[in-house]
Design a protein. Structure first.
Length: 86
């Protein structure tokens, strides 16, 4: 990552979800501001091109969405995949 994001406070990281097949659980991180969050999400795209293959394949940064916003985002991704296949 090109920068180190500022965290909201000392208790800002929390594991969420259940562990499946030995994979680590997701990590919820609270950042200090909306600007920091936007910068991190923009920089996170570079992780897919990281020289470390484990990081490139297994690390992702996603916004924390409400259930309805997550469903809309899923539908948009699904449409983009269908267009690529055609």
């Amino acid at each position: 990552m090109p920068f180190k994001p500022l965290l909201a406070n000392d208790n800002c990281c929390k594991r969420i979800g259940k562990q499946y097949n030995g994979k680590p659980r997701r990590l919820l991180v609270k950042l200090s501001s909306e600007e920091t969050t936007a910068s991190l999400l923009n920089a996170a795209r570079a992780l897919r091109h990281c020289k470390d293959q484990y990081v490139a394949a297994n690390v992702s940064v996603n916004p924390d969405l409400s259930p309805s916003a997550a469903k809309l985002a899923f539908e948009e991704r699904k449409k983009r995949r269908e267009v690529k296949i055609r």
